[in-house]
Design a protein. Structure first.
Length: 317
């Protein structure tokens, strides 16, 4: 088995190659900002990584972007590589509210400030900032729109849950039910975790549609799962099933425009990512962000009426 020191050496070497090739042999005297996200294949995480990288480069930093794939062990190694690279700061969408604490503390003790985006950790005073979308507020406005769309006749609905280890999944379902459980005409017939996956959501939705023939709607914990549900409903030949998502992805907004998705709560991922870099820059220059550690940014409800006002995880007009 490869030792930890060997893994770090390989990561450091790979990082150096990435910096040289990806930044066209940029001036190595410029400070490095490392940006770590769960995945660059997911459009949400790619958008926040791209926004953070663009802002950091505009401010004069070198940038390295990598993905931990929601694997705390890989995240540990990537943070160790950032320490070995003498990074000026880390922008992190973390791999777990509890499992990320030790790695963030390690970077902080090494003198590398960490700025968390999208997901918080269950500890204060370690990261310099935790900037997240208001998942509870976003879930509530999506649930209110869902209840309006189903109408006074009500009926049964099903829920697609996110990854159980993700705090945001828990917060969102709690927010949904803070609204939907107050509707005496609505009854949740089933709930399945689709782990944020479109293909898994398609399969789970098909199963729930077969098991429950009177479903009026589907509440999904993110847009990727909502789009899987949209495809499953279309495949089944059913109509008039209300589906809502969460995130504000371009594909979801396109589905809202076409009428196959009712609504989504847009997380301002681009704004949050840029804000984290701005605060990192402020901290590196002055020793303070000038802001509280925990910062909660409200979500926007996107429907067919205002869909043209939103683009790639941000309001465009």
């Amino acid at each position: 088995m490869m030792s930890r020191s060997m893994r770090l050496a390989l990561l450091f070497a790979a990082s150096t190659i990435l910096i040289l090739s990806g930044c066209h042999r940029a001036d190595m005297s410029r400070p490095l900002i490392v940006i770590l996200v769960p995945s660059q294949d997911n459009p949400f995480f790619k958008s926040e990584a791209d926004a953070a990288a663009a802002r950091a480069q505009a401010l004069g930093y070198r940038v390295r972007v990598d993905a931990h794939d929601d694997d705390a062990y890989r995240q540990d190694n990537l943070i160790d590589a950032a320490i070995a690279s003498n990074a000026a700061a880390i922008i992190l969408d973390n791999a777990g509210a509890d499992s990320s604490i030790a790695a963030i503390r390690r970077a902080t003790l090494a003198g590398i400030p960490c700025f968390l985006i999208d997901r918080e950790i269950q500890a204060d005073g370690i990261a310099k900032a935790q900037i997240i979308a208001d998942n509870d507020q976003g879930a509530r406005i999506a649930a209110e729109e869902f209840a309006r769309a189903v109408g006074p006749q009500g009926g049964e609905y099903v829920e697609l849950l996110g990854r159980e280890s993700d705090t945001n999944a828990q917060v969102r379902t709690h927010g949904f039910h803070a609204i939907l459980d107050q509707q005496s005409n609505l009854h949740r017939a089933a709930a399945q975790s689709a782990n944020w996956s479109q293909s898994e959501a398609f399969q789970k939705t098909e199963t729930m549609l077969q098991a429950h023939g009177n479903i009026r709607g589907i509440v999904a914990g993110n847009d990727t799962m909502a789009l899987g549900a949209v495809a499953a409903v279309k495949s089944s030949g059913l109509k008039d099933i209300i589906i809502t998502g969460f995130d504000g992805s371009p594909d979801a907004i396109a589905a809202i425009r076409s009428g196959t998705l009712r609504a989504t709560s847009l997380q301002p991922a681009v704004f949050i990512a840029r804000l984290a870099v701005d605060e990192a820059n402020q901290f590196l220059k002055s020793g303070s962000t000038g802001k509280p550690e925990r910062q909660i940014i409200p979500c926007d409800l996107v429907t067919k009426q205002n869909a043209d006002d939103y683009g790639d995880f941000e309001k465009v007009r």
